[in-house]
Design a protein around this ligand. Structure first.
Ligand code: FES
Length: 95
């Protein structure tokens, strides 16, 4: 059975569930939580660019380098539609 993880939105304290085989963004949209209500979900538009400040994650799709540089990625900046959780994670907006 697929593991389910908790995703916390740092600014609001909102929490929602995301399966280990599911991308974080669609889970966020489905739960009606977090600051992002829509986006391409394909790694192209950059709307879902946020920072993962805590927890383990894995990119299952290539993130567009136009939106996330290698340097960004090292800091936990990701496109939420391209990553899946590998533990409970906390995400934060980028200002
Ligand atoms: S929703 Fe468009 S890049 Fe993630």
């Amino acid at each position: 059975m697929e593991q389910t993880y908790s995703i916390t939105v740092r600014e609001t304290g909102e929490v929602f569930s995301c399966g280990g085989g599911q991308a974080v963004l669609p889970a966020m949209i489905h739960a009606g939580r977090g600051p992002i209500k829509h986006g391409c979900c394909g790694g192209g538009c950059g709307v879902c660019r946020m920072r993962i400040v805590e927890g383990e994650w894995e990119a299952f799709k290539n993130m567009s380098r136009a939106h996330v540089s290698e340097e960004d990625e090292k800091k936990g900046i990701v496109l939420l539609c391209c990553v899946q959780p590998r533990s409970n994670i906390t995400v934060a907006r980028i200002f």
